[in-house]
Design a protein around this ligand. Sequence first.
Ligand code: PGA
Length: 284
Amino acid sequence: MFVKIERDYDAMSARGAQIVAEVVRQKPNAVLGLATGSTPEGLYRCLIDIARQENLDFSQVTTFNLDEYEGLPAGHPQSYHAFMWEHLFEGLGLREEQTNLLSGIAADLPGECVAFEQKIRAAGGIDIQVLGIGGDGHIAFCEPGSSLAGRTSVVALHPQTIADNARFFDTEDEVPRRALSMGVGTILEARSCLILAKGEGKAQPWAGMIEGPVSSQVPASALQLHPWTIAISDTAAAAQLKNGEYYQHVDRERNDQPVIPPWIVDPDLDPRRQFASRIESVDG
Ligand code: PGA
């Protein structure tokens, strides 16, 4: 994991946006995995600014979102559909057919989850997955105890997530109790991951993700197994890291390195693919 500590939210957001922009510069038809929540709002604002300043073309990009609340139609103001149009899609001028979000009101919710996985595969897989971390250590809505190999499914929200997200609704009772969410296994298949955290409320799960054991109790810790995860936080969220100074040293020493993996442009360079083909040739 590449751990980066920025002085504040704006610096973290700007750095994150540069990484996503670099994916699109190198691969104009990139598949972007996107997240909602208050954390990535700044990244999305910066990305829209970069797109305008550089005339960076997003017309061939495809997007997939991590999750959606059960029961909220796309037009509901607290749906993740609405969030994405307000905070990113409109600003980038995306067409609806470029975007993919799970429907929280599909008649067959498990079928919707299976179809979503098939769509990701048909699009060629996700090049970069943007993530936030929950106060309980979740990624997407993969709550503590989730299978670290799990696929997109209907999940029950943790009481802490319901309480955390109540700020977006009039009352806590209005927060949906269930959601459709990519699984940790789905997320780990992305070619790269970019996870962000801001504020002291995230310091504990952030340290658990980076320095704790890989555990379903902190689903974000599964990212330790991913070959190219960039974790960027502000200083408040980094407060409980034991090796914070070392990560900053590494970050300075590596500042001539590429920010995105070479296998975004050439999937054959993905170490996971190379390892799998070595196993096949040994078996064969
Ligand atoms: P937040 O949510 O960005 O609103 O803190 C993050 C998450 O729950 O994944």
